[in-house]
Design a protein around this ligand. Structure first.
Ligand SMILES: [Zn+2]
Length: 312
């Protein structure tokens, strides 16, 4: 595919990315977050713009403020409201008094932005692109770098280290395809993703990501041509993941593909499976992680049993 790797970055430090742009990698490493969420600090004439404050973690907020030093934080930009990007938003706002700008209709109500943004809106040198797919409220931010490079803060829409989870109903596979195709028509020199290192020649990986999903969709259709499948059964057949979080992510991606095929009129939904799939019995353990995961696991258990067949 062409994904990038990097050594574990130094923690609690502002790491130089490009002239005038540093990142602090939050201490939330994991199978879904790589070494952690990237919080970017971008120098502007009136202070620093923070792109994605990161997870709810007082230490991370302290790191951002320490990196800013005497330079004021003038604005906080949010690519999307998933907790690993937005959790620190209210604490950072309270600490520095900057306004929060993000998509006008956030998926999580409590993250209503002070400055609502939509497609094409400009603020402090950044231009918002509405790029739903990974999340309905996902924005990428186009920006001209200090040396004239065309940059895109690509959030979790296009990451350098991995493909994204597309988890319905917030995530939508048809939107994701369209949002990838959109970036392919643009001319950015580099993407600064929500996780992983700077991505140069971003169109190459973006094209590979789209091709990979289209191939996956074709594989799904081939499997459905044999007989009908539950979401859990098809995910287990196609992905073969061991890690419980990755099993969960695989099921969400498969559901997203199936719902897209349903909307395309190629697939129909059947009465659900009655028995729990072994993967979902194992996944029940994830509910112990947090209240968020308890709700997520309950939804996954229901969705895993959903069954789909090819329209004759
Ligand atoms: Zn993320």
């Amino acid at each position: 595919m062409g994904f990038l790797t990097e050594a574990v970055p130094p923690r609690h430090a502002a790491l130089k990315v490009l002239p005038g742009i540093t990142r602090i990698v939050a201490s939330n490493p994991g199978v879904m977050t790589y070494h952690g969420t990237n919080t970017y600090l971008v120098e502007r004439p009136d202070g620093l713009v923070v792109v994605d404050p990161g997870p709810e973690d007082a230490g991370h907020v302290a790191d951002i403020l320490a990196a800013a030093g005497t330079v004021p934080v003038s604005l906080i930009l949010l690519t999307h409201t998933h907790a690993d990007h937005s959790g620190a938003a209210s604490a950072l706002k309270a600490a520095c008094g900057a306004k929060l700008a993000g998509f006008a209709k956030p998926v999580r109500d409590e993250l209503a932005p002070d400055i609502p943004m939509g497609e094409g809106d400009k603020i402090n040198g950044f231009t918002a692109l509405h790029t739903p797919g990974h999340a309905a409220d996902h924005l990428c931010f186009a920006f001209i770098g200090a040396t004239g490079e065309q940059l895109l803060f690509s959030g979790d829409h296009v990451m350098s280290w991995s493909s994204s989870v597309v988890s319905p109903p917030d995530g939508d596979m048809a939107d994701y395809y369209r949002s990838l195709q959109r970036l392919l028509q643009r001319q950015e020199d580099a993407f600064l993703p929500g996780h992983g290192p700077l991505l140069r020649n971003p169109r190459e990986l973006t094209a590979n990501m789209l091709a990979h999903r289209q191939k996956r969709e074709a594989t799904l259709v081939m499997a459905l041509a044999q007989h009908d499948w539950s979401v859990a059964g098809l995910a287990a057949k196609l992905y073969a993941k061991q890690d419980l979080f990755l099993k969960a992510a695989a099921q969400r991606n498969v559901l997203a593909h199936l719902l897209k095929l349903k909307a395309d009129g190629m697939v129909k939904e059947m009465p659900p499976e009655t028995a729990e799939h072994p993967d979902n019995i194992a996944m029940a353990a994830l509910a112990a992680h947090s209240e968020t995961w308890r709700i997520r696991v309950a939804r996954m258990q229901r969705d895993a049993k959903r069954r789909f067949s090819l329209v004759a």
